[in-house]
Design a protein. Structure first.
Length: 195
């Protein structure tokens, strides 16, 4: 089916106006962004929706993850309006969940290490990183362990290390982590849900 005369005149006029406005220095990016959003709405309508939760804090807001049914890749994450707590709203961290998906080509997929004073990142293994962390914790603890305070009382602690707990742990897990940190001699122990 061909284009009617009226449609041809409308399309020609719109294209001419767009060329004229862009040559006059009018920024057409907002119009293009609006057009992209319209196509994104059509993609969301045909997408496979998966319901998930945001685990950045103890609120645990609801998420709707939209994935392309052909590739299975997530292209949009938004708040779930049916979630009883968040009712569709998300904080900045929750709204940025899409950046943690495979869609972000800059997402870290391996351990990177930069030497003190260095300017280049080196790829390392997870085993290497865990060994380095354990050695640094041991060295810090061994060099900064206080056996007795100024009054001569036995305290067996280190003030050079601290621990911040996660709000996603249950009571038993929190007890286990706190017990482990206290066994290392830490006294500066806090919990993210308190902050």
């Amino acid at each position: 089916m061909g284009v009617t005369r009226r449609e041809f005149l409308f399309i020609s006029g719109a294209m001419g106006a767009g060329v004229a406005l862009s040559s006059l220095g009018v920024d057409m990016r907002p119009v293009l962004a609006f057009a992209e959003e319209l196509s994104k709405i059509d993609m969301i309508k045909s997408a496979k929706h998966t319901y998930s939760l945001c685990y950045y804090c103890s609120v645990t807001c609801g998420l709707i993850c939209s994935a392309d049914p052909k590739t299975g890749k997530i292209f949009n994450i938004e708040g779930d309006p049916d979630h009883p707590i968040s009712e569709g709203s998300l904080c900045a961290k929750g709204a940025a969940n899409l950046q943690m998906s495979a869609r972000n080509e800059h997402r870290l997929t391996k351990v990177l290490y930069r030497k003190p004073g260095g300017d280049k990142w080196e790829p390392k293994t997870l085993d290497w990183a865990l060994t380095e962390i354990a050695m640094k914790i041991k060295a810090t603890r061994d060099n900064n362990f206080i056996v007795k305070n100024a009054k001569g009382q036995v305290v067996n602690r280190t003030e050079a290390l601290a621990h911040m707990g996660s709000s996603k742990l249950d009571n038993e897990e929190c007890w286990l982590v706190t017990t482990m940190m206290r066994a290392l001699g830490l006294v500066q122990i806090d919990h993210q849900a308190r902050v």
